[in-house]
Design a protein around this ligand. Structure first.
Ligand code: DUC
Ligand code: ZN
Ligand code: ZN
Length: 471
């Protein structure tokens, strides 16, 4: 089975050029100014851009949180991703009981028969001892090249600095990248207890009890630990301008330090938490100030930040009221759990499907970055950093034919009825967007066309990551 994408403009991280692209089976087999293939189905991409499918390097599918669980499973989350032009996601494995391999097998079983796009996994290391130290060496053979550690969530997820240093040192030796969730767990615990004792219950207190300085300090700590461990580090979900400064400092001193931000930190601020429906915006780390947004944009524009991910972790706003999902009524407890106590609001936001269209409009459309930078930030860089390149993240002969046919002139009013996340709200409700994926291909198969779904549960595959690159 061949498909010929004709008359499009191919956009890679490096350049944009007019070319035809021929797919056979699951792969790109030819790229040339003009291709004829009589046995191919022809797709006319006139006026459209051909982008490598998006890669979202930070999502949480089925993540248990307090009394509930994030509301997208592997089917609904991967379908939502595809509608927004994303064809690969990387989720996190919680370190629950048992060996790392057993935890990974359990997570993969959740995706089995459900994932509709391809996926890889990061391994959380939230408990460290001699046997975990040994098991880290097994991760590459299981297709995992990245681990995540936390400097917050005391007595739950946090490792001590010495443990993080040891983990990073072992990770470096085994070709694993250490990702760091950088907040100050001690300060958060003090402030949270004080706020609750004073009777503060509303969503804004989630941000007020997690000060940004803790992130700035913990980001530099992560970078410094990596320098001392002689290992690479990647700071997840940066939301503070000061974190970008710390990353830049490390990079200027030759530390292999990289980082990501997410759309919510570019477009929303603490002010949104003060709204009557502020719980919709509660995530960790929290939204910050307009000055921080500027610092993050500067980091994106200058390349200090390499990746735009989402931290997709959706919950219902009102999980007592069902929504219709594929003809069935669904309700999952959500943000209402915290109506009397901000610490009980499940942390997290929907976003995997919103990322590309929202970012295109406000980054490329606003002339902040080029289409090539867009591709780098949303597809090529995550593929390189997380060891999926060149199978993913590029338009090249031999690569998987994961494509978004992107119409830069398509205008729409965005919101919960366009986004396909399994939740009852969307952060970008009513936003006017320009630029949207008209067709999406996963390994040569069209899975979305004009906002209609042709994908299938179970057609997504687990990807074996290789050693990643330092960008
Ligand atoms: N932050 C969130 O808001 N949700 C899930 C995990 C995380 O780090
Ligand atoms: Zn995190
Ligand atoms: Zn996360």
């Amino acid at each position: 089975m061949k498909t010929l994408i004709k008359n499009g403009t191919l956009v890679t991280a490096e350049s944009s050029f007019q070319a035809d692209l021929l797919i056979e089976g699951e792969h790109i087999i030819q790229i040339a100014p003009s291709i004829e293939a009589i046995d191919a189905e022809v797709v006319d991409a006139s006026g459209q851009l051909v982008l490598p499918g998006g890669i979202d390097a930070h999502v949480h599918i089925n993540l248990p949180m307090g009394e509930t669980v994030s509301s997208d499973d592997y089917y609904t989350g991967s379908k939502a991703a595809a509608f927004g032009g994303t064809t690969t996601i990387i989720d996190f494995v919680s370190q629950d009981a048992g060996s790392l391999a057993e935890n990974i097998a359990r997570k993969r079983a959740e995706a089995e028969g459900k994932a509709a796009i391809d996926y890889n996994l990061h391994m959380n290391i939230t408990r460290f001892d001699e046997s975990v130290a040994e098991e880290l060496a097994d991760l590459p053979s299981l297709g995992i090249r990245s681990i995540k550690v936390f400097t917050a969530y005391n007595n739950r997820l946090r490792l001590g600095d010495g443990e993080i240093f040891k983990v990073m040192r072992i990770a470096g030796r085994h070709g694993l990248l250490t990702m760091v969730h950088a907040e100050n767990g001690d300060v958060i615990d003090v402030l949270t207890a004080e706020a609750l004792a004073q009777g503060h219950t509303s969503p804004i207190w989630h941000a007020r009890t997690r000060p940004g300085w803790g992130e700035v300090e913990a980001s530099l700590r992560a970078v410094a630990l990596a320098a001392q461990a002689e290992a690479p580090v990647y700071i997840v979900h940066m939301n503070m301008a000061g974190e970008v400064d710390q990353l830049a400092y490390g990079r200027a001193h030759d530390v292999p330090a990289m980082g990501e931000t997410c759309p919510q930190y570019l477009f929303f601020s603490e002010k949104d938490l003060e709204r009557q429906d502020g719980a919709k915006w509660v995530c960790s780390p929290p939204l910050r100030s307009p000055a921080d947004q500027d610092g993050l944009w500067h980091g994106i524009e200058t390349g200090t930040i390499q990746v735009l991910a989402t931290d997709h972790c959706p919950f219902f706003y009102d999980g007592t009221k069902p929504i219709l999902y594929e003809g069935k009524l669904v309700s999952i407890p959500g943000k209402e759990l915290g109506k009397d106590n901000f610490t009980r609001i499940p942390n997290g936001l929907p976003g995997v499907g919103d990322r590309l269209p929202v970012f295109w409009t406000h980054a490329v459309g606003a002339c902040r970055i080029t289409p090539n930078q867009f591709v780098a930030l949303t597809s090529t860089n995550p593929a390189r950093i997380f060891g999926l390149y060149p199978q993913k993240g590029c338009l090249a002969v031999g690569s998987d034919a994961d494509l978004a046919l992107w119409d830069p002139n398509y205008e729409l009013t965005y919101g919960v009825h366009v986004a396909q996340h399994r939740t009852d709200y969307n952060l970008y409700e009513g936003w006017q967007l320009k630029g949207f994926p008209r067709q999406v291909f996963l390994r040569g198969k069209r899975i979305v066309a004009d906002q209609q779904w042709f994908g299938k549960a179970g057609s997504g595959r687990y990807l074996m990551a290789h050693p990643g690159e330092i960008l």
